[in-house]
Structure formats: C-alpha cells, structure tokens
Design a protein around this ligand. Structure first.
Ligand code: ZN
Length: 413
C-alpha cells in the first residue's frame, strides 16, 4: 500500500523536524544526508529503525521535543539488555486515547459499557492505554490491574462489567475460575478486548464459549504509542488500523524489500504525527500481511491480517513461511502427543529439495506408526509440506530450563 499525499507530506515534515533536533534519529538522518522525502521511492530508501536503536538511545536520546513538552514516558520491558524509553507529549497521549477509543467503537463498545481493565498499570503501556481509551469514549472504566481473582470476579458481578480487557492468558484463567465456581449466570460480559499476542484457536474457542462473548484482538506496541493502533471489526477478518496516525508497510524480513499487498512479511510502522518520539520505518518483527480487499463491514480504514508470529521464529521451507506456533497447533490436535518436538531442516542436494524431519513424542497407549501418519497428514493439509515424522516415547527429547531451540536448520544460507 503506497503512501497517500497526506502521509507523504507528514513523513517529510517529520524528517525535517527531526533533522532540526539533536535527537538520535535527527543525527541518523543528518549523517545520511537525508532531509525529506518526495516520493514513495524516496521513502522506501529510508533506513529502518529498530528496537536496537532505541536501546542505543537509552534513556532519552530518542526524544525529539524540548523537555517541557514531555508529559510522560513509557518503557517496554527488556527481557535482554537495556529497556526502551519512549517519551510522550500531551498531544501524543491524546492521540493515543483517540485511537484507542476508535478501537472500542470498532468493537461496538459504547459509552454505556463498563470496561473492566485487567492489564497492568505502570511503566508499560497496557492498563493506562485501555483506561484512557475508555474515558475518551465515555465508557465507565473499572481500573483493576492484574491479579486478585476474587476481587476481579466480585467487581465483574457487582458492577455488571460488560467488557473485559485482558491478556489472553489472564482471560483464560478468569474463564476457568468462573467455570469452577459456577458463576456463569452472574456474569454480564458481552465482549472481550485482548492484546493480540499469539494464542491458539483452542484457547480462543474456550474463552469465547466459557464467557459467551465476542472477542476482539487489539494491536499495538509500546514503541508506537502502545496497544490501540488497530483492532479487528465484527467481520473478524484481520485488523483495521488507523492510517491517519500510522503508515504500515510489509517487507521481506530477510531482504528488507517491500512485498506486494496481500503477501506475508514483517510489519514496518511509521508514525505520521507523533511528537515525542517519532519513528520512521520501525521494524516490529511481527509477521502479517496487508489485506487488499475492502472490508465487508464498510470501514475505509485499511486492514492487516492477524499476527502470524515473529520474524525471529519464522522458517521457510519450499518458499512457504512457517512458525513454531503452527507446529504446536498441529501437534496439539493429535491424541496422545506431547508438546515437545524438534524439527531438522536439511537440503537434499541430489533431489534439490528441502527435507523436513520432525520428531514428536507420544504416550505409550497410542500407536506410534499411526500417530506419525496423522501428523504427516495434518502437515500436508495445513502447511502444504510433508515432513518425515518419527514418533518417540514421551520423555525422549531433551528438556531444558531455557526456551528450547526446536527448529534446527542445516541448510546453507
Ligand atoms: Zn471491517
């Protein structure tokens, strides 16, 4: 999807403003001799920005406005190394709330709703984003934060919460608890708005059934305001995003080249009007695609598909992109199979084709040969590839404390 004239002018203005500051990206552009963009081609030549940059700019090197204009910071949790700090101006905070309120509206939520907010408040962008959006919309925010299940359920019942916002794992926990306590009749929830983390269909179906609610996936990341830059509509196909605030392009994560609309790749986001910490071509490592067709819901806001995984986890066989999550989902459908597995990918030079060797574990009560055939069949129908499958007894594959490396690629680059 190409930049429209307004977006192009906005990016141009952002770059000109940045180069007038002593900020991290101001210096990046100055050193590269870039002082604006006039066309799509110019834009696609601009350097990418990354989380790595933001770490290098720690703590406030990215700040692109004077101190007196910054009203708040947020930080994304760094699992490794330094955290990332993002400064916001008053306008940034307000813009984010406007986007978030739009998300609620897209989900059919109105000012009559009561929104129970269970994501955490604090340095990260979750709780406060859900809250500001609810207030901007005019709904009643119930700012619970995470944990304390007894209190959550009490509020949910007594205040007749109609919307639950949560991480999918916490929603699952609450659903199980409501089920266990036989409280289903006392719950008034109609909709759930959940962070678009990767979650299995099984989990989704369970939450939907247990609560009897409509589910909405909200998209966003701390570096780009926070959650709230996009959400799925009632049509449930893909997520609309707010292209008056962000420009989204999809690139091949390996070559960095833009891919045609409809094709899968890494989401790269450019903020169009952000003041405190504008980002140009920020690599998210989230894998999705632009959905080129107009949405049946009638909204003119463009759409991206639900997030398929992280580019860091993606592997490619016969030109097909695959993710560990898909493998896990397939194995989860086979009776008696554990969640442990590994995949070796090699290239057979004599036949000039890739070979996938999958090792899975199964309980002794099932027939290993038959189980291997079932797995093979599922791979063929779901992923369009046929692996060689070996089934071994549960406990055979190594267990490690650390996140196990399950995909081992022996092919040469
Ligand atoms: Zn729609």
């Amino acid at each position: 999807m190409r930049l429209n004239d307004t977006q192009l002018a906005q990016v141009d203005a952002q770059i000109k403003r940045l180069t007038n500051t002593d900020s991290y990206y101001g210096n990046v552009f100055k050193e590269a001799g870039i002082n604006g963009v006039n066309s799509q081609e110019d834009f696609e030549k601009l350097p990418f920005s990354s989380k790595e940059d933001l770490r290098n700019a720690y703590p406030l090197g990215i700040q692109a406005v004077p101190d007196e204009e910054v009203v708040r910071i947020h930080s994304s949790s760094g699992t490794t190394g330094k955290p990332v700090i993002i400064p916001y101006t008053a306008k940034d905070v307000d813009d984010w709330a406007i986007m978030f309120a739009r998300c609620y509206e897209m989900a059919g939520i109105t000012k009559k709703d009561r929104i129970q907010i269970t994501p955490g408040y604090g340095l990260w962008t979750a709780g406060i984003g859900f809250q500001a959006g609810a207030e901007k919309l005019g709904a009643m925010a119930i700012p619970m934060g995470p944990g304390n299940t007894d209190k959550q359920l009490q509020m949910m019942v007594d205040l007749k919460s109609t919307v639950l916002t949560a991480t999918s794992s916490y929603a699952l926990l609450l659903a199980e608890e409501i089920n266990r306590r036989g409280m289903r009749d006392q719950i008034h929830l109609k909709k759930g708005v959940f962070g678009s983390e990767r979650w299995s269909r099984k989990m989704r179906d369970y939450i939907q059934k247990e609560f009897g609610i409509e589910l909405y996936d909200i998209y966003g990341l701390t570096e780009i305001y926070g959650p709230g830059i996009g959400i799925n509509c009632a049509g449930q196909s893909g997520m609309h995003y707010w292209d008056d605030y962000v420009y989204i392009e999809i690139i091949d994560p390996v070559t960095g080249k833009n891919v045609p609309d409809g094709e899968e790749g890494e989401i790269v986001i450019t903020t169009l009007v952000k003041e405190g910490a504008p980002l140009i071509r920020f690599r998210t490592h989230d894998i999705s695609r632009i959905i080129p067709e107009e949405c049946p819901c009638g909204s003119k806001f463009p759409r991206i598909d639900i997030i398929r995984g992280r580019s860091d986890d993606m592997f490619k066989v016969h030109g097909v992109n695959m993710f560990p999550s898909q493998v896990e989902e397939i194995l989860g459908r086979v009776d008696g199979v554990s969640s442990e597995y590994n995949i070796n990918i090699a290239h057979d030079d004599t036949k000039n084709r890739d070979v996938i060797l999958l090792t899975a574990e199964a309980e002794g009560r099932v027939d290993f040969e038959q189980t291997a055939q079932t797995i093979k069949g599922l791979f063929k129908s779901v992923m369009s590839v046929t692996p060689k499958v070996t089934v071994v007894p549960v406990g055979t594959l190594p267990r490690t404390e650390k996140k196990a490396k399950r995909i081992i690629d022996h092919r040469e680059e």
